[in-house]
Write a new protein. Structure first.
Length: 266
């Protein structure tokens, strides 16, 4: 099943979604996909006209591929403009992913501050280094996404740059579907933990907590369009790192702002 098919599955049957092994990230399901499926369930419970403004995600435990997962949502409060919801992904009776979402209608405001310019990096044509899918080496979900390096180092390259990123898109979606926040979740989390390029040998790393904020209105894009991504490691010690990132369209329009606490086992 590709990304679009899994989104359709959770819309139809949120109480029993089975993620194929091709979407694995080590022993767990790909975190960006888990976030996207939980967000889809959350969006279905939200009042119309209230786009998602921010999501706070905790990966409580690994969600196993090929085992049914229940995606559950609780409406915490629905105010005049903002709805607050809590989502849980439950597998084998245990919470594996937790998400708090804030959805808010726009308001008239005298405050308008433009986004900072996109980080300069190699163009798509110049970014020839693409992280390949290699069975048994790269995560299984990499068969579904394309990453081309435009700044910083590859994982385990002993590159000490604080910045890492480049170009990203989904592969083989079977048609040009309109890009939504669900797709943006997958594109942002497709990149490896920002600490991995600092290492000179393979080691495990993962996201512990993740906060992401979306820019509205979302530019008109399709699921096959390339986007630009850059993450900056702000601090790392004792096996934990703190990183801030952004995702832009190919032309430099801001799409999302992201923060992650990541772990590394080296």
């Amino acid at each position: 099943m590709n990304f679009s098919q899994l989104l359709k599955a959770v819309r139809l049957h949120p109480q029993a979604v089975t993620i194929p092994a091709s979407w694995a990230q080590g022993r767990a399901c790909f975190g960006g996909l888990m976030a996207a499926l939980l967000y889809e369930t959350m969006r279905a419970k939200t009042a119309p006209g209230r786009p998602v403004r921010s999501l706070a995600i905790t990966f409580v435990g690994p969600a196993e591929p090929e085992v049914p997962i229940s995606f559950e949502v609780e409406l915490l409060r629905e105010g005049k403009a903002v709805s607050s919801l809590l989502g849980r992904a439950v597998q084998n009776g245990q919470v594996v992913t937790l998400m708090q979402g804030s959805f808010g209608a726009g308001r008239n405001s005298v405050v308008e501050v433009p986004a900072l310019e996109a980080v300069a990096m190699k163009s798509l044509e110049e970014s020839s280094v693409e992280l390949p899918y290699i069975k048994g080496v790269t995560p299984e979900f990499m068969r579904h996404v394309s990453l081309r390096w435009g700044i910083g180092g590859l994982p385990f390259s002993n590159n000490q740059s604080r910045e890492m990123g480049g170009w990203v898109r989904l592969r083989d979606e079977g048609g040009d579907e309109t890009m939504s926040e669900s797709h943006l979740l997958a594109l942002v989390d497709a990149w490896p933990p920002s600490l991995l390029p600092f290492l000179n040998r393979p080691a495990a790393g993962s996201t512990l907590t993740w906060t992401i904020e979306f820019i509205h209105p979302v530019p008109s894009l399709t699921s096959h369009d390339w986007c630009r991504y850059c993450v900056q490691t702000e601090y790392a010690r004792d096996g934990y790192g703190h990183a801030a990132a952004a995702l832009w369209t190919a032309s430099g329009q801001l799409l999302a702002l992201s923060r992650q606490t990541v772990t590394v086992f080296a």
